[in-house]
Design a protein around this ligand. Structure first.
Ligand code: SF4
Length: 509
């Protein structure tokens, strides 16, 4: 733990932002008021001038060395109190990042950008009427983002607009996420709602959950039909939605196609078949019967020892066999996920994963960087898992980028997470024309994603203002079985409020 001392006012008012910047450089840091035993001592100051400019400065004293930074920015208006707070926060982030870069010799490719999805920010500036050059300038000077990351953002935004030409107008439609919370076993890095299917089957919870899911699909479909909503995309996730039996999948897809309005207009349906050990010829036949476009078969790694260490309980050979089974049975839009920085993996193992991927050429490849999420087994027992250092992780990201370009893939979405190794990003690559519509929609938050089933979150996006409200279905199957009817009622109420102005008036009255 790095103890970072700052002058009093700054800890009280700006603790969160200063801590965030410090965490870009140190795995674990804590901001304290000036203390003798601090590892680093900062002094900050700022002034707001009559011409609406803000000036900030910082000084870092460490090991007898002094590093300083100044930053000034001019605004055209005084701004509200809230806007002023954001401006100060940004200006302080600049000077803190600058001195830490000087002291550590590290460069933060994403600059001070925190808490905002990079490409969503790019789209926002685009919608405000800025051209690519103007956006480049803002991202570089206001956020200190590197040229290469800005280029990546630009390329992704362009690709997204090609995939969904009506992206700016898609808010009038809706997408659906359906969560099936079962997996054969729980992976060590997992924080998704994933419960061991066998024990839940014995306890009767799988059947009860599926009964509830049929009802929820029907009820939500009824509302969508009655209100003439078009569905853009549907995503079956979880857990692993192919953990259940083929006849159970078949019955659920039947309910979906019967209940949803104009299913022929749905642009994409994805089913996560993430765990290869759940894929069988019968289940593939069911997917084909319903014309499901897109599946995921996720290797994560092509090293058996790694799969064992992270509790995947399937072999590399099984991933390869199930990929070819799917491919040879006519599945022609297959996504595969790889994770950079899994325990004991370095350049060699990752190169091996890329070499194996090369033989299969899936339509899309999502490259995740391992993140230590608070609730995972891996985070709780961090010392048990030896992971690559920042430099190696960065190198592996570069390898992924070079490999995908060489194999004809293009990046089409990206996201960043907290506690992600090396403060890097996750990037979704695809062969041109095979981009996942759902992935773009969920990243850019441009339309409501209605969550159905266990652990499914609904993000209601106001089509006019873009304001987001959330609702979470229960994560645990036992809780879902008890409360799904309440969840249906609440979501219908929220949908009415958002899309039906008459009902809004009625509620207000
Ligand atoms: S397969 Fe996916 S959802 Fe299931 S336990 Fe592993 S990471 Fe979690």
């Amino acid at each position: 733990m790095k103890k970072i001392a700052v002058n009093k006012q700054f800890k009280e008012d700006w603790n969160r932002v200063l801590n965030h910047i410090a965490n870009l450089f140190y795995e674990d840091s804590k901001i304290v008021v000036t203390a003798d035993d601090a590892d680093l001592s900062f002094y900050f100051d700022y002034t707001i001038n009559a011409d609406y400019s803000i000036h900030t400065e910082s000084r870092l004293e460490v090991d007898g060395q002094i590093f300083t930074s100044h930053y000034s920015i001019q605004y055209e208006t005084e701004g509200t109190e809230r806007e002023q707070a954001i401006r100060i926060k940004r200006a302080l982030s600049h000077v803190m990042l600058d001195v830490l870069e000087q002291y550590t010799g590290m460069t933060q490719q994403w600059g001070i950008l925190t808490g905002v999805r990079p490409t969503k920010l790019y789209h926002n500036y685009r919608k405000q009427g800025l051209n690519d050059e103007e956006i480049f300038e803002v991202l570089k000077t206001d956020f200190r983002i590197s040229d290469s990351k800005i280029s990546l953002m630009r390329e992704i935004v362009k690709r997204q607009l090609q995939t969904i030409p009506d992206l700016d107008d898609i808010g009038k439609e809706i997408s659906i996420y359906i969560g099936v919370p079962f997996c054969p076993t729980k992976c060590a890095y997992c924080t998704f709602p994933a419960y061991a299917i066998q024990s839940n089957r014995k306890a009767g919870r799988v059947e009860s959950f599926i009964d509830g899911l049929h009802i929820e699909i029907r009820e939500m479909g009824k509302w969508l039909k009655e209100n003439n909503m078009n569905i853009t995309s549907v995503y079956w996730g979880g857990g692993t939605p192919t953990s259940i039996e083929a006849d159970e999948m078949d019955a659920l897809y039947k309910t979906m196609f019967e209940s949803f309005p104009n299913p022929e207009n749905i642009r994409e349906i994805t089913v996560e078949a993430g765990r290869p050990d759940t894929i069988t010829p019968e289940k593939i036949e069911v997917l084909k019967k319903w014309g499901i476009d897109r599946i995921s078969v996720n290797p994560q790694s092509y090293t058996d020892e790694t799969l064992k260490a992270i509790g995947r309980h399937h072999t590399v050979q099984e991933t390869i066999d199930k990929f070819w089974l799917s491919r040879n049975s006519g599945m022609n839009n297959i996504n595969m996920d790889l994770i950079i920085g899994l325990p004991n993996e370095g350049i060699e193992e990752f190169q091996h994963s890329l070499d194996e991927s090369e033989k299969m050429q899936p339509e899309s490849l999502t490259v995740h960087t391992l993140s230590f999420k608070r609730a995972s087994e891996m985070t709780h027992n961090k010392e048990k898992y030896k992971v690559a250092d920042r430099e190696t992780v960065t190198k592996m990201m570069e390898m992924a980028s070079e490999w995908t370009a060489k194999n004809g893939y293009v990046p089409y979405y990206l996201y960043r997470q907290k506690n992600i190794l090396g403060n890097l990003e996750n990037v979704g690559y695809s062969k041109p024309g095979e981009e996942s519509i759902y992935n773009i929609l969920i990243m850019e938050e441009v339309q409501t994603i209605l969550g159905i089933g266990c652990g499914a979150s609904t993000k209601f996006v106001n089509p006019e203002t873009g304001k987001i409200t959330q609702f979470h279905n229960p994560k645990d199957p036992a809780a879902y079985i008890m409360t799904f009817e309440d969840a249906i009622e609440k979501k219908i109420e929220m949908l009415n409020d958002l899309y039906l102005s008459d009902s809004k008036t009625a509620v207000q009255e």
